[in-house]
Every structure is written in structure tokens, then in C-alpha cells.
Design a protein around this ligand. Structure first.
Ligand SMILES: *Cc1c(COP(=O)(O)O)cnc(C)c1O
Length: 341
């Protein structure tokens, strides 16, 4: 089975499991889980930020950030393809009572000029613009990457206009291994950052919210209110610590694998509009009269599994559990797929 559905599917490796089994744990709601405390400290330090908060999911870290940065009747600005809008059940409205203004970015990336044009003037009948959310890498942008020079003007604008800036960095490390930029450089540009350990980094569960000490102190209460106060979750934090030490540099392999799949797709007569491949995600369309489901069905017969992103679009994701050998097989399968009329 060559499973290209998602980088969330990875199972802990043997040495990761060993690190988990050996974890020192305590009750984290009392602040007494040494492994969680170490993970939070390690990540905050790497980003040059004051504090971090371990959470069960990236949805929770994003939702806590929105809750923290806004008040009801405020408005959040983000790209239309962003995870906070598409895949978090409309939680921004449910948890925070805020509206959202969607921008049409380029492969999920928005510019300072677009944000500037979207900021609301101060009228009693308008929501108040309070928060900008960026995503790096952008999942629905085909794994596209923001570079720091693209972020800097957005940071400058939000600071000048008194807006908060949050980064959904579920796959931020995928971006950093490509650009060579450091976590610390990124930490300087955001009021809060959300990171996932359970995507490319290969941990089974867990995300982190990073920010300044008073922000994280208050975010801890919001996490508890959302039901995210876990007890001896140090077993999970240990997987995250292991991943931070061993699974960042190797993300480059996933990106190399993605480029090999892209090259094979370019040779397929059924494929068009492959979005620029920048990291571990490949987003492409199937040419009419065929549909994504036709192509996916043929791939599945050869044990290649992936998911549709709409009627004509398919997403492949490479990850820790997809080996070079599997990629070589997938390349052959993609090149030889034939669809019947
Ligand atoms: C996966 C993901 C999240 C968080 O998802 P969870 O499944 O809740 O951990 C947030 N943003 C992006 C871009 C993601 O891909």
C-alpha cells in the first residue's frame, strides 16, 4: 500500500515509541508533567518566543489563538483557502463570535496590499478588523511556501494598524527546511504561532501554540475551557520532542519525493494544472471528460491511495511512512495508468 492521503497518517517509529515509553510524566493540568514542560520550553526557545502551550490538535491551537486575539463582533482576515476557514467547522464563529473576511490569494498566499485594502474603517455598522491569519505552508495552495520577505510587509502593516498576526504553521517546518530560514526569524514576525507535531514531523498527536508569557498564561485557561487540559500527556510530548530532534531535516526527503511524483504526473495524458510543487503536497487536476474519481479508482487498483479535493482535483501528500522505493513504484504506476472511455 502506497498511502498518499495525508501526512497525518504516520505511525510512531520504533525509536519514537521507545522515547514515548520512557517519558517522565505528571499531571499537566497542575503544570507537573516534566515532558510537556520540556517540550513547551524547547519550542518557545527555538522560536525566540516566551512560552508555548501543548494542545491536542492544530484546530485547537488555531481556535485558542482566534479567541485570544479577538472579541465578539470583531473580524478576522485570511485567505479563502485557509484551514481556519475551510476545515475548522466554522469554529471562529462558534467559539469567538467573530466574522471572517476572505481574500483571494495566490496559491493560498496573501499580500500586505490585499490586507490593507480589507481593513475596515471605524463605523458603528461595521465589524472591527482585529486579526490576520496566515498559513505556511498553505495546504490548499498546494503546499506553497511564504518566504520571510513576503511576511515582513504584512507584519509591518499589522503592527502599524494595531492588528494581531497569527501564523497557522501546521507545516511550518516543511517551509523552513526549504528556505533555510530559522524558527527564531519567524518568531519575531508573529504574535502567535501554531505548530503541528502530527503532520510531517510524524508524532501521533499534538500541536503547540507559541506566544508571549501573558498570552500563553491566558491561553491555558481557554484550552481548559475547550476541554483540552490533558493529564499525563507527557507520553505524547515525548513523541514531539523526539520528532523535533530527528524528523525535521528529513522533511527534505518528502519534498524530493513530491518532485518525483510531480515529474511522473507531468508525463500523464490525464493530468493538467499541477500547482507549483514547493513542499510535500501535490495538487493537480484531471482533464475532462475524466474526473478525479476515475483516476483515483485506477490508482487504488495498484494500491496507490490518495484523496480528491473536489470533482476534478486530486491531492498527493508525501510523508515519513512513504519510502523512496514506494515512490519509485508510484511513479511507474502513474505513468502507466490508462482510463477507459
Ligand atoms: C492539519 C492542519 C491543521 C490542524 O489540524 P488538526 O487535525 O486539528 O491537528 C491546521 N492547519 C493546517 C494548515 C493543517 O493542515
Amino acid at each position: 500500500m502506497i498511502n498518499l492521503l495525508s501526512d497525518t497518517l504516520t505511525k510512531p517509529t520504533a525509536p519514537m515509541l521507545k522515547a514515548m515509553m520512557a517519558a517522565e510524566v505528571g499531571d499537566d493540568v497542575f503544570g507537573e508533567d516534566p515532558s510537556i514542560n520540556r517540550l513547551e520550553r524547547t519550542v518557545a526557545e527555538r522560536f525566540g518566543m516566551e512560552s508555548a502551550l501543548f494542545c491536542p490538535s492544530g484546530t485547537m491551537t488555531n481556535q485558542i489563538a482566534i479567541k485570544m486575539h479577538t472579541r465578539p463582533l470583531d473580524e478576522v482576515i485570511c485567505d479563502v483557502n485557509s484551514h481556519v476557514y475551510q476545515y475548522e467547522v466554522g469554529g471562529y464563529a462558534y467559539h469567538s463570535g467573530v466574522g471572517i473576511q476572505l481574500l483571494e490569494g495566490c496559491y493560498g498566499k496573501i499580500t500586505a496590499a490585499q490586507v490593507a485594502a480589507a481593513i475596515r474603517p471605524d463605523f458603528a455598522w461595521l465589524p472591527k478588523t482585529r486579526l490576520v491569519v496566515l498559513e505556511n505552508t498553505c495546504n490548499r495552495g498546494g503546499g506553497s511556501i511564504y518566504s520571510l520577505p513576503e511576511i515582513q510587509p504584512i507584519t509591518a502593516l499589522t503592527r502599524e494598524r494595531g492588528l494581531a498576526l497569527h501564523l497557522d504553521g501546521a507545516r511550518l517546518f516543511n517551509a523552513l527546511v526549504e528556505t533555510g530560514e530559522s524558527p527564531e526569524q519567524w518568531g519575531q514576525h508573529f504574535d502567535s504561532i501554531s505548530l503541528c507535531l502530527s503532520k510531517g514531523l510524524g508524532a501521533p498527536v499534538g500541536s503547540l501554540l507559541i506566544g508571549n508569557a501573558s498570552f500563553i498564561h491566558e491561553a491555558r485557561r481557554v484550552r481548559k475551557a475547550m476541554g483540552g487540559g490533558m493529564r499525563q500527556a507527557g507520553y505524547l510530548a515525548a513523541a514531539g520532542l523526539y520528532a523535533l530532534d530527528h524528523h525535521i531535516e528529513r522533511l527534505k526527503e518528502d519534498h524530493e519525493h513530491a518532485r518525483l511524483l510531480e515529474a511522473a504526473l507531468r508525463e500523464s495524458q490525464y493530468v493538467e494544472n499541477i500547482r507549483p510543487v514547493a513542499s510535500n503536497i501535490i495538487l493537480y487536476d484531471i482533464k475532462a471528460p475524466y474526473q478525479a474519481a476515475d483516476f483515483l479508482q485506477e490508482l487504488r487498483k495498484s494500491n496507490v491511495i490518495a484523496t480528491g479535493f473536489g470533482p476534478s482535483t486530486i491531492r498527493f501528500v508525501t510523508h515519513l511512512d512513504v519510502t523512496r522505493q514506494m515512490i519509485d513504484s508510484a511513479v511507474e504506476i502513474i505513468k502507466t495508468v490508462r482510463l477507459s472511455n
